[in-house]
Design a protein around this ligand. Sequence first.
Ligand code: FPP
Length: 267
Amino acid sequence: MSDLESIPGPLPRHVGIIMDGNGRWARSRGLPREEGHARGADSVRTVVRAARKIGVQALTLFAFSSQNWDRPPEEVFHLMQLLRRYLIQERSEILDNGIRLTTVGDTQRLPDYVRSPLVELMSASADNDDMVLCLALSYGGREMIAKAAAAMCRAAVAGKLDPATVDPEVFGSYLESSNLLPPMDLLIRTSGEHRISNFFLWEIAYAELHFTEKLWPEFERADLEAALRDFGSRERRFGLTSDQIARLPARPAAGDEEGTSAASSSG
Ligand code: FPP
């Protein structure tokens, strides 16, 4: 089933995508923005299927940011409708392909007509282990860091955490993403913008960044493969020298939770 051999070099364990350019795609064709989002949802289907076939362990899609709530209400409503439709229409594809659906973000803010199929599909797919599909919904990287800091403060006040022991590893363990996902190895952003836009701020400390001019509705399997090839060609040093990296034992195959010490401790 896997066609891993088509991508030379190591595969990223966790790929994040900032799916940008739906509005520009629509505008350049004289179409309403909603049409761009609808075509963007088609790209989501294509990319999830391709990532699963290629053998990516985890894929996180930035589907709706904390700041997107401030878009015009009709656009927010349309995006919510698209999410609901996606969850209903892709249910069997997700379950039949061993995909576990999860989320990061403040999903309590989502309307019930999205939350209900979301929670149901997360529960139905909870035992799947061929790939994790994480939807970042009502998500903000700073918001997640603040939430983790608040949880850590509560633990300290309750006497369950000694502030003197707090280091990046301890702090990272308070982030919602920490027990859901492997470290993010590759972050892709479409539409020619070179920004992170409050996505996985903490978790991308050592991610490789891949920017493409393609607008999200035009993004296809070949574009994902190009990003994976680009990733495979990078030398990841995690602050070490090339010589040190060359002497490290080969990184364990995707699926091994440990990684090299440099890779696993840094994210
Ligand atoms: C950014 O494009 C995209 C979004 C804010 C929403 C992403 C949503 C989808 C791809 C469709 C629904 C998602 C799923 C998971 C089914 P933009 O609107 O900011 O584009 P612009 O910068 O060109 O205006």
